[in-house]
Ligand binder design. Structure first.
Ligand code: PRX
Length: 631
């Protein structure tokens, strides 16, 4: 299933479009199924109703673990690098990982979890996180991993939305020189979560935690009560594998649902091809498992291909900005997959952190999560890849399950700041506002996909109508990505960013409506409007215009209060970078906030604001511009 030449890419692409069922049927033969499918694909984008590998039975963990045991049991599956470089790294071979996963799967069963139950995971980047995820999959429970940066309220909302029965967490996590009390956050969340019966707590930082009798149990105690034999649950290809919450243009995050068969095939196929993974190589994806990149390209993709996946607990700048390069040198990393925001941040330290670092093991580089600017692309290419490692700029989304548009390392060309060409099976099209296809090259439009692929979302948990409205109703018979896109003269795709009210801050998706809701919850705030603005490191920063007539004390203190409120409501990742107090917002006569104007002001481009005379209060624009000068 690995593509080895450009000619083969072209042939495979052609075949995947002309005969998708045959194409994906053949790719799927590279995986282990308990029972084959009777139909590769049935679909319509109206309902939407998408089924891949109908009738097939499998368990994804047999593909990620069991099938490697006979030949590769002693090969490293996960290499864990702790936050503190003084601590030893830990290697789990496939055999060890299999044993741990089976054992913990039995712990889940012992605590009442069974096939179909939803399980919330809120953990640090430790091997036990991967073990927890795989143990859920082993018994057919649906995991919902929540990123460690979300607040108690965000967690509670997500747990309640999918009625989780079990929560898996740790006492706390390390992040650079900080400690985060995860269990404490979970305790606050669980006050409002009546469906949760059990909470399994891993000891990691050994900070004091409260343990509620009857509900809370220690991971370490539980594993002693069970053995390590756990037959994998037989799953239907279309049974749910996991839910992952993601932000959209409304205030409420939605639970994107992925299913077992198609997701497995797509994560495995794309991993093997995009990174041109070769047996024995060490692959390092720096994402957090709390996001889709970690699901697909730390756990499921690499493990399904028998790869060695590095799992790093810490941050790129701790204890020094050399940390990534130390890890590359120490573990002889062959593929480094990271985010533009990390690249830009490390670039800002100059060349000193790279001095005397041996990066010669690097063969392939990858970028994900947001557009990579040319400067960062070239720095990554020259300083890290030494001009010899192809950069795969991988465009995809939580909803797509896996990489969609990207170079294939060593096989198809790269081009700075371009995601380049669609992978086999992916049929992108650009449309104008009315949904008309924009044909030819050298054009821009909204990016849609016109044919299903195995890794695509099937629904949004508990609200299928929302899935339909968000992705399949804007344009008839198309999946709408929410991204703007350029197709250049060579036919290469370049993603230009979101065209909806979604921000991309350090590669994290945040809805402006969510941040506004959080700010508006602060006592005294009457109204707010949030827009993105260009930020040197984060890609986009969050700019909040806030009406707060009766402040308590100084404005600076009130800003801090608002930040505190946002941290409580969503989490620290959604804190605005700039807050500007205003007496009004530019609105149309029908009361709609003119975000276009605010965006221009936030970008510092007030030269051409368009016609403001139709605004309810045209004078407010001048006032806001004046106020920004003092910020
Ligand atoms: O706007 C695109 C941007 O990230 C969005 C998806 O965010 P999320 O679901 O959190 O998944 C991120 C990791 C896959 C997209 O709609 N995006 C992602 N990758 C790229 C990108 N923008 C430009 N270039 C990319 N390579």
């Amino acid at each position: 299933m690995q593509i080895t030449s450009f000619k083969q890419y072209e042939e495979d692409y052609k075949k995947s479009v002309e005969n998708p069922e045959q194409f994906w049927g053949e790719v799927a033969q590279n995986f282990q199924w308990r029972k084959p499918w009777f139909k590769v694909l049935s679909w319509n984008f109206n309902e939407p109703n998408i089924k891949w590998f109908e009738g097939a039975k499998l368990n994804i963990t047999e593909n990620c673990l069991d099938r490697h045991l006979a030949t590769n049991g002693d090969k490293p599956a996960i290499v864990w690098e702790p936050n503190n470089p003084e601590e030893e790294s830990v290697t789990y071979t496939y055999k060890m990982l299999h044993e741990r996963v089976c054992r913990f799967a039995n712990v889940l069963k012992r605590n009442g979890a069974k096939k179909g139950d939803r399980i919330c995971i809120y953990m640090p980047m430790v091997p036990e996180l991967a073990i927890a995820v795989l143990a859920c999959a082993r018994i057919g429970a649906v995991h919902s991993v929540i990123f460690g940066g979300f607040s108690a309220k965000s967690i509670a909302d997500r747990i309640n939305d999918s009625q989780c029965k079990v929560v898996i967490t740790a006492d706390g996590s390390y992040r650079g020189n900080k400690q985060i009390p995860l269990k404490e956050v979970i305790d606050d969340a669980l006050i409002g979560c009546p469906t949760v019966e059990k909470c399994i707590v891993l000891t990691h930082i050994r900070t004091p935690v409260s343990m509620l009798k009857g509900r809370d149990v220690w991971w370490e105690d539980e594993v002693k009560h069970v053995n390590d034999i756990c037959e994998a649950e037989e799953m239907d290809a279309e049974d749910m594998l996991f839910i992952l919450y993601t932000s959209g243009s409304t205030g409420k995050p939605k639970g994107v649902v992925h299913t077992c068969g198609g997701y497995m095939v797509y994560a495995g196929y794309t991993f093997s091809n995009v990174f041109n993974y070769q047996p024995g190589e060490v692959y390092f994806c720096t994402a957090d498992i709390g996001w889709i990149t970690g699901h697909s390209y730390i756990i499921y993709g690499p493990l399904s291909q028998g790869a060695t996946s590095v799992l790093f607990e810490g941050i790129p700048t701790y204890p020094t900005p050399s940390r990534f390069w130390d890890i590359v040198e120490k573990h002889k990393v062959n593929t480094l997959y990271t985010a533009p925001t990390a690249i830009r941040s490390l670039m800002s330290y100059g060349e000193e952190p790279l001095k005397d670092k041996d990066l010669s093991s690097i063969r392939v580089l990858g970028s994900v999560g947001e557009p990579i600017n040319e400067e960062a692309w070239h720095w990554f290419d020259e300083k890290i890849g030494r001009g010899k490692a192809p950069i795969v700029d991988t465009w995809w989304q939580t909803e797509t399950g896996g990489i969609m548009i990207s170079p294939i390392a060593t096989v198809t060309p790269t081009k700075p700041s371009f995601a380049t060409l669609p992978l086999p099976g992916i049929q992108p099209i650009l449309v104008d506002e009315n949904g008309n296809e924009i044909e030819g090259n050298g054009v821009m439009g909204n990016l849609c996909i016109k044919f299903p692929w195995p890794g695509m979302l099937r629904t949004t948990y508990g609200d299928h109508e929302r899935c339909k409205q968000t992705y399949f109703s804007t344009y008839e018979n198309l999946y709408f990505t929410g991204d703007g896109c350029l197709r250049d003269e060579d036919g290469y795709y370049r993603i230009t960013g979101r065209v909806d009210d979604v921000l991309n801050v350090s590669g994290h998706r945040i809805g402006t409506a969510e941040v506004e809701n959080a700010i508006n919850m602060h006592a005294g705030v009457v109204e707010s409007a949030v827009v993105g603005y260009p930020h040197d490191v984060k890609g986009q920063g969050i700019y909040a215009f806030v009406i707060y007539p009766e402040m308590h004390g100084e404005a600076e203190l009130s800003k801090k209060d608002i930040l505190q409120t946002v941290t409580r409501v969503i989490g620290a990742i959604a804190k605005p970078d700039k807050i500007l107090f205003v007496s009004g917002l530019p609105k149309t006569r029908s009361g709609k906030i003119m975000r276009r104007i605010l965006r221009k002001i936030a970008e510092g481009d007030t030269s051409n604001l368009g016609d403001t005379s139709t605004l309810l209060d045209p004078g407010i624009v001048e006032e806001i511009i004046e106020a920004t000068k003092k910020l």
